[in-house]
Design a protein. Structure first.
Length: 415
C-alpha cells in the first residue's frame, strides 16, 4: 500500500475516469486541478472529441470549470478517448445506472467496465465506484468481476472503494469539491487510500465502516427525498379536495424551527436519481426479505402526478368554459427542474405526451433549448412573444417564469 499512498501524496498517480457525463466531467476536472494526470474514458466520440479540444460537451452544466479544463488539456494533464488507460493507478467508475422497464437495476454498463478494468488491473492499484448501486453491489458484483478477470484478491492485491456520487445539477453553491464525500472501503487499507485520494480535491470527506454503508447512504438520501415528495403530493391532493392552498400550509408549517423539512408538491419527480434510486433500495429490500411499502407507495404517488395534473387541467378548462379539444395548450418548461438544461425523466414530458395522445394541440416553450433543438427531439415549439394560445401549463419552476408577463400571450384564458 505504501507505494500507492506515496504516489497519491505526491500527485504522481495516474487517474482514469470512466464516464464523461454530469458526474465524470466535473469530477475529472477537479482531480486535474489538484495536480493529478487524468484520462477520461467515454464511448461517445462527440464527448471525447470536444473534451480533447478543451471544450465542455455538456455546455449547460454550470459546475464544470471550463477554464481549468482547457488549461489542463493544453498542459497535457488531461486526455480523453474511448479506451481505458491501462497504466492507471486509480480507476473511477462514474456511469449511469438506469432501470429496466420493470424497474430492476440495469447494471450492464458497470459490468462491462469492471470486465475491462479487471483484465488490465495492475497489482496495488485502487478502483473506486462512484456509480449509484444498491447496498452490496460493489462487493457482490464489481469486486467479483474484478477478481475473476484479474485473478487477484480485492483488499489484498488491489484496493476497492465505494463513494456514490453526490451532485445537484445547476447548484453552484455545492459544487463537486464542496459537497461532503462519503467513502467506504472493502477493508481498512482501501478506505485509507480512498480518504487520502479524495482529500486532495474534496473539502470534507466522511469515511464509513464498509462499502455497503456508503452505498446505503446514497439510497437513504434519495429515498428520503422521494418519500417526502410523494407525501406532499398526496397532501396537495387533499388540500385541493377541501379547498385550501397547499403552499400556504407548507410555508406556515415551515415556521416551526424543529422537526419539519419543507417540501413542495409538483408535477412529479425527474432527473437521474430520485425517479430510480428508491427502486434500487426496494429491490435490495426484496433480496433481504424486507418490504419498503411506504417508499413504494410514495413513488407511485410521484408517478401519478402528471395524470393528476391532466385531471386538474380538464376540470379547470371546464370551469373556465374552455374546450380542450379546440384549445391550444403550451407547457412552459419541460426540464425536470427549474433553471437546468436537463430533460432526464422529466414529468412535464410525460404530461406533454399524454396530451398529444389525447389529440390536444400541445406545444412547448423551453428557454434552455433552442427551437431547432426542441423540434429535433419531436416537440412542437411556441414563442410567447408572438404566439397565441388558450392555456399555459407551468411545467417546471424556471426563475424567469416567476416574473414573466403572461398578459402578453395573446388569447390566454387559463394558467
Amino acid at each position: 500500500m505504501g507505494s500507492l499512498k506515496e504516489i497519491i501524496a505526491s500527485k504522481s498517480a495516474k487517474v482514469n475516469v470512466f464516464g464523461m457525463g454530469y458526474v465524470g466531467i466535473p469530477l475529472a476536472v477537479e482531480i486535474a486541478k489538484s495536480g493529478f494526470r487524468v484520462h477520461g474514458t467515454d464511448r461517445n466520440d462527440w464527448k471525447t472529441s470536444a473534451l480533447s479540444s478543451g471544450k465542455n460537451p455538456l455546455f449547460d452544466l454550470k459546475e464544470i470549470d471550463t477554464a481549468a479544463l482547457k488549461n489542463a488539456v493544453d498542459e497535457g494533464r488531461m486526455t480523453f478517448s474511448k479506451d481505458y488507460d491501462k497504466n492507471s493507478d486509480v480507476t473511477m467508475i462514474c456511469v449511469q445506472t438506469p432501470m429496466f422497464p420493470d424497474r430492476r437495476p440495469n447494471l450492464n454498463a458497470i459490468k462491462d467496465i469492471a470486465k475491462t478494468v479487471g483484465k488490465n488491473l495492475t497489482k496495488g492499484s485502487l478502483v473506486i465506484n462512484e456509480s449509484t448501486v444498491a447496498p452490496g453491489m460493489t462487493r457482490k458484483l464489481i469486486a467479483n468481476i474484478l477478481e475473476e478477470e484479474s485473478r487477484m484478491k480485492a483488499g489484498e492485491d488491489f484496493y476497492l472503494v465505494a463513494s456514490p456520487e453526490r451532485i445537484d445539477p445547476g447548484n453552484i453553491t455545492y459544487t463537486i469539491n464542496k459537497m461532503p464525500k462519503v467513502i467506504g472501503g472493502i477493508n481498512k487499507d482501501s478506505l485509507d487510500l480512498g480518504v487520502a485520494f479524495y482529500s486532495n480535491f474534496i473539502q470534507k470527506v466522511h469515511p464509513v465502516s464498509s462499502l455497503e454503508a456508503a452505498e446505503a447512504t446514497k439510497m437513504l438520501e434519495n429515498s428520503y427525498r422521494g418519500l417526502n415528495i410523494g407525501f406532499i403530493n398526496e397532501f396537495a391532493k387533499f388540500c385541493d379536495a377541501i379547498g385550501i392552498n397547499v403552499v400556504e400550509v407548507v410555508n406556515a408549517a415551515s415556521t416551526k424551527p424543529i422537526g419539519f423539512a419543507k417540501h413542495y408538491p409538483g408535477i412529479g419527480v425527474g432527473g437521474s436519481c430520485i425517479p430510480k434510486d428508491p427502486y434500487y433500495l426496494i429491490s435490495a429490500g426484496e433480496e433481504a426479505g424486507v418490504q419498503f411499502t411506504t417508499l413504494w407507495n410514495a413513488m407511485w404517488s410521484n408517478e401519478s402526478m402528471p395524470y393528476y395534473t391532466f385531471n386538474i387541467l380538464k376540470k379547470a378548462a371546464e370551469a373556465n368554459k374552455v374546450k380542450l379539444e379546440d384549445a391550444k395548450v403550451v407547457i412552459f418548461g419541460i426540464a425536470y427542474k427549474g433553471d437546468v438544461r436537463d430533460l432526464r425523466d422529466s414529468p412535464a414530458i410525460v404530461l406533454y405526451n399524454m396530451l398529444k395522445r389525447e389529440g390536444i394541440k400541445t406545444y412547448v416553450f423551453e428557454p434552455y433549448f433552442t427551437d431547432e433543438e426542441l423540434r429535433g427531439m419531436g416537440y412542437e415549439t411556441f414563442n410567447p412573444d408572438n404566439g397565441s394560445c388558450e392555456i399555459v401549463i407551468i411545467g417546471c419552476d424556471h426563475s424567469q417564469f416567476k416574473d414573466f408577463d403572461y398578459k402578453k400571450v395573446s388569447g390566454l384564458k387559463l394558467i
